[in-house]
Design a protein. Sequence first.
Length: 545
Amino acid sequence: MGTEYDLVDPGQLLPQMVARHAQERPSEPFLEHVDGGSLTYGQTDELACRWAGALASLGVERGDRVMTMLEPGLDNTPLWLGIAWLGAIDTGVNTDYRGAMLRYVLEHARARVIVVDEALVDRIVEVAPQLDDLPTVVVLGGDDGPDGPDGPDRPGLGVPTRSAAAILAAADPLDVGVEPAPWDIACMIYTSGTTGPSKGVLIPWAQLHAMAVGVFPTEDFGDDEAYYSPFTMYHVSGRLPPFNMALCGGRVVVRQRMSLTQGWSDIRTHRCTTAIVAGLLTQQLMDQPAGQDDAELPLRRAVIGPVPPNINEFADRFGVKVCTAFNMTEISAATWAGWDIENHLSCGRAREGYPGYHLRLVDEHDVEVPVGEVGELIVRTDVPWTLNAGYFADPERTAQAWRNGWFHTGDAFRRDEDGNFFFVDRMKDCIRRRGENISSFEVEMHVTEHPEVVEVAAIAVPDERSGDEVKVVVVRKPGSELTPEELAGYLIPRMPRFMVPRYIEMADELPKTQATMKVRKVELRHDPFNEATWDREAAGITVPR
């Protein structure tokens, strides 16, 4: 880059980097599965070109959407690259989707082809009769014989399915593809749709580059790096590891699903140096007795979220550099805390230099709020195409999100005098109790300070007098007999009285998304007053003024 605000170098985009590594170091490992199997850079590039040829034989052209409904595996990245060489758009579909949600994204994306895991084909069968136009279905895995995916139509599907193995074997690899440009769309990812139907976020290649180096600056990366990736490709967390490792010539270690019990074992066994780690995982490791092998943990650097209070103890004990950042599907890591986290509640400051981030906190009229007050985070950048290119086939919501020339994140933040940003809540998740705005995030931070609490989710529940009341759903450490009464007694002297939860529920686990292990609060709101819900006021416990 000639200046810090130049357009992203096309040579630094994932397809070009993998192709270059395939020429210069074809036998070096690139993709490795924890259950066995691997692909070198040369094999990845060769398979990508074969996928491009196979999809072209099915009529895929530049600008077409190719939906991918796949669990993490060795095929995902070569398939993505093959789609890119055709100038088409990889459109990830949540593997938990079925019924109405799956039908919606199939109708909305208007894909030419859908590549689906064999185990998930029946999801397509369920909704096929309700669709006017079903894309060609390519099945990955399963039986490739005459009664398998290339055999007769599946009952109710309505179109022949094709075996991925069969079309790859018959395809001529694409020798010369369309070299992606920074402004070309690298992928389309559907958001959760908690405020309406799911939105298809159009992510340019330049945005993915900015996101990858924003979450993990790669200046000190070497070619011995290994990025642990138990993430799906229908989330940006699954798209970043191949990008980061192609930048330095490292490898990606893939697991089909995130595992709280096997994560650290995977990292040790496969010598992973880099990872995005849930705060809960770090606490699990800290809870184990200190051992001589603590310093032998191969992990060198980790992005942690949310950041636990003892993060610096974790970093010192295991010799890991830690940082945190704020990111979402539509942006590219707007803040970064550096490798020395001074305040575990902050997600850092605005990124400096590339990609020239500008951040503001504003009220409902886009007027900037004073330092220390809560406002919605809005962003823009100086480098073209390093933020989203809008929502697919949704000009109204694109215009709403991009109003006044800034992208509106929908997230509430505070900023202090030193420029540190503090996440408060999703705007829609803020709890309003008796005129006070309450951050569910801050309630959760107070509750997790109890030594017997593993994790917690705070939600608003309706109340005729207060508008909202605060409820927390708490997961205790194994063997703990902590009661709601005891927890309430612990919290009352430690947090503002208007934030003290009225309702407490003890649970064995919290419902979470597969991709990022984020708590699905929408499920907790379905039945907030169940038999396990304890009411502080009904128990006669008051909060003194």
